[in-house]
Design a protein around this ligand. Structure first.
Ligand code: ATP
Length: 241
């Protein structure tokens, strides 16, 4: 692996439920970048993230993360992962929950207050997770992914259910993490978030349609609006040879 790529995926194939859901994917994710993973529901975004984090059985190919095979024990404390399902306990408060996960991960206790502030839950730190709104609960899960000092943060639709102000705050947090050299892989359905990413991986039906910067995507398709650009790519990919 070169120093430039935090993640290298080569010829990745994954089968789920008896079907191939990822088809020979090959790409790299630059260190310290925010890469957006975008595509319609069911195209394979979560499956790809699971493969990067090392919890997905793969049928073929290789995934290398920070120079080690995905799932290698030494990566455990270097990767933060927030799934679409909140990873917190309903009967603990936000602070208790984060303290628990900090202990499990071996992260310093002082991290708890830092991440509570980072995810904007300062006013809700002593509330039971079960009494939080959906958006607050997903921010509590995001807090778990930020405990310790992860070098790679993988976030599956972290802004679902958040209002525009909170979404903006979270994207500012992602920018700050990237400036510190953290690599972020963030999935989203929302194309306006694509413009916040340095690189975009656009997926459809288990294949990567584009791996480029928002600017490259705009100039390649002649569309400024990234949603239109994506639709143009899909239309072009469907033109019979
Ligand atoms: N546990 C599972 N068992 C069998 N098939 C699955 C399982 N989870 C997902 N799949 C299938 O794998 C494919 C990719 O699903 P995946 O969850 O990766 O898509 P996604 O792009 O993340 O979707 P969404 O945006 O809706 O979360 C889909 O066809 C889905 O039906």
């Amino acid at each position: 692996m070169d120093n430039y790529s935090a993640v290298v995926v080569e010829g990745l194939r994954v089968d789920r439920g008896g079907h191939q859901v990822l088809h020979d994917l090959t790409f790299g994710i630059p260190t310290g970048s925010i890469t957006g993973l975008l595509g319609p529901s069911g195209c394979g975004k979560t499956t790809l993230m699971r493969a990067v984090v090392g919890v997905q059985i793969v049928a073929g190919g290789a995934v290398t993360v920070l120079g080690k095979p995905a799932g290698h024990p030494s990566l455990r404390n270097k990767i933060g992962y927030a799934t679409q399902n909140p990873a917190t306990y309903a009967d603990l408060t936000v602070r208790e929950s984060l303290r628990y996960f900090a202990a499990v991960l071996g992260a310093p206790r002082t991290d708890v207050d830092r991440v509570i502030t980072e995810v904007g839950l300062g006013d809700h730190a002593d509330k039971l997770v079960g009494r939080l709104s959906g958006g607050q609960r997903s921010r509590a899960s995001l807090g778990v992914a930020l405990l310790g000092d992860p070098k790679l943060v993988v976030l599956d639709e972290p802004t679902v259910g958040l209002d525009p102000v909170l979404r903006e705050e979270l994207w500012t947090l992602f920018d700050n993490l990237a400036k510190r050299g953290v690599t972020l892989l963030v999935s989203s359905h929302v194309m306006d978030e694509a413009a916040r990413c340095e690189r975009l991986l656009l997926m459809r039906e288990g294949r990567i349609l584009a791996d480029e910067t928002p600017e490259e995507l705009r100039s390649q398709t002649g569309q400024y609006d990234l949603e239109r650009a994506f639709l143009r790519l899909i239309a072009d990919s469907e033109v019979p040879a």
